[in-house]
Design a protein around this ligand. Structure first.
Ligand code: UD1
Ligand code: MG
Length: 450
């Protein structure tokens, strides 16, 4: 990491109208994380020291997301969308702090890698006044074209303003730029709006720097890193690229993904060594799976912690606050929410465990439900160590089942059960001997009732 100080300015004032959504563009998600959060995490990994986020006038939610990801982020509001250079200057007070390097990043490019930000900064450290990320898109329509003279970058012309011969240039502006702090404001404040869209184009910075005899350079990256997201189709394409990266990283870390292309990961999914993920598993945000655990097919996990060697699924659902200890077994059609399942406990079939603790080694039978909600409030169920809950029991919370206690199958348990005792809460079985035979006899005589 460079010893030079750095200010990163993230432009996130985009409306996202082409997303056909009322949600601001920067808050759409890829791999369970907002576009803005991806950009901010790349900045964090690249060692950005100071961060400014430029939001639109009524984008409080974008500002809140920026602060939740980066509490020290400074928020600036661009009142009118008058172009990318205008947006950068909304953060002028931050620029005036005098950082050595100033990075400008678009809030809709979640695939940017920290390494690219480092390369831009090295170009500045090497004496450039401006460094730009260039790429060669399959379809360059809409992108600014980089104008070069030998090694030098001398200008950028926006697609709308470009001549036929300029449009034939394949090297395009990826949108990310870095400015040497000492000349940044001088360059930015010279940018005008004499173009087809009457906007203040950040891209004009290159020709201005060239005119001031300052050096500008381009570094080239692959298209997948800089593709900006303007539509739902582009959002889906970015998701695919991100999923590929996340799966590759998991495989490289020694995780077994039996059918990688069917596993959907979140950007923050943490998978330990020797973890096995069977086909068709979905991870929402906030999941940790410890060493040696197996997640079987068709399971959905979110905000959950899976302990060492645990087995989850197939068809299990772990919701936020599910914490499974070592060696826990959670089987098919079992849903766990806000519950601690202690080491060695099992719930293997068809159960709902919410707002609960299941003690070490306890066994929760098929069809068990913790009735945690009374229509107004949530209540807790506490199941002791080694307890045995018979199949198809309803545990009406708040309720405690003591250590080593038994609950008879089909019980509705409304009161606490002391340790080592048996509770049965169901209608008594009645046996009427010969009843069925009598029924059949009556039927054969044409009568209807026994
Ligand atoms: C921009 C570049 C173009 C480049 C392309 C790469 C300029 C003038 N053009 O074009 O050379 O090839 O990105 O994707 O920079 N924004 C604001 N306020 C504004 C305008 C924009 O915050 O007033 C933000 C947007 O939210 C977005 C980013 O700046 O995150 C880029 O704006 P956008 O309108 O997408 O620029 P492009 O036309 O894509
Ligand atoms: Mg764009």
């Amino acid at each position: 990491m460079s010893a030079r100080t750095c200010l990163a300015i993230v432009l996130a004032a985009g409306e996202g109208t082409r997303m056909l959504s009322s949600r601001p563009k920067a808050l759409h998600a890829v791999a369970g994380q907002s576009l803005l959060a991806h950009v901010l995490s790349a900045l964090r990994d690249a060692g950005g020291t100071e961060t400014a986020v430029v939001v639109g006038p009524d984008h409080d939610a974008v500002a809140a997301e920026a602060r939740s990801q980066f509490p020290a982020a400074q928020i600036f509001v661009q009142r009118q969308r008058r172009g990318t250079a205008h947006a950068v200057l909304a953060a002028k007070p931050a620029i005036e702090h005098g950082a050595d390097d100033i990075l400008v990043i678009f809030g809709d490019t979640p695939l940017i890698r920290p390494r690219t930000l480092e390369r831009l900064r090295s170009a500045l450290a090497g004496g450039a006044a401006v460094a730009v990320v260039g790429f060669r898109p399959a379809d360059p329509a809409g992108y600014g074209r980089l104008l070069t003279q030998g090694d030098a970058l001398v200008g950028i012309v926006e697609h709308a303003d470009a001549s036929e011969s300029e449009r034939a240039i394949t090297l395009c502006n990826g949108g990310l730029m870095a400015f040497a702090g000492k000349s940044a404001l001088d360059i930015l404040e010279r940018i005008g709006c004499d173009n087809r869209k009457r906007e203040y184009y950040l891209t004009d910075a290159i020709a201005i720097a060239h005119g001031m005899a300052l050096r500008a350079v381009a570094i080239e990256v692959t298209e997948d890193e800089v593709s900006g997201i303007n539509t739902k189709a582009q959002l889906a394409a970015a998701e695919a690229v991100m999923q590929h990266r996340l799966r590759q990283a998991a495989l490289d870390a020694g995780v077994t993904l039996v059918a990688p292309e069917t596993v959907h990961l979140a950007a923050d999914t943490k998978l330990g060594k020797e973890v096995v993920i069977e086909p068709y598993v979905v991870f929402g945000p906030g999941v940790v799976v410890e060493e040696g655990a197996t997640i079987r097919s068709f399971s959905h996990l979110q905000g959950a912690h899976v302990g060492q060697g645990a087995i989850v699924g197939p068809f299990a659902r772990l919701r936020p606050g599910a914490k499974l200890g070592q060696g826990v077994h959670i089987g098919n059609f079992v849903e766990i929410k806000e519950a601690l399942i202690e080491a060695g406990a099992k719930a293997n079939h068809l159960a709902y465990i919410g707002d609960a603790r299941v003690g070490e080694g306890a066994n929760v039978g098929a069809g068990t439900i913790t009735c945690n909600y009374d229509g107004e409030a949530k209540h807790r169920t506490d199941i002791g160590k080694g307890a045995f809950i018979g199949s198809n029991s309803a545990l009406v919370a708040p309720v405690k089942i003591g250590d080593g206690a038994y609950v008879g199958s089909g019980s509705v348990i409304t009161g606490d059960v002391p340790a080592d005792s048996l509770a049965i809460g169901r209608g008594r079985q009645v046996v009427k001997e010969g009843w069925a035979k009598r029924l059949r006899g009556l039927k054969s005589m044409g009568k209807r009732k026994a």
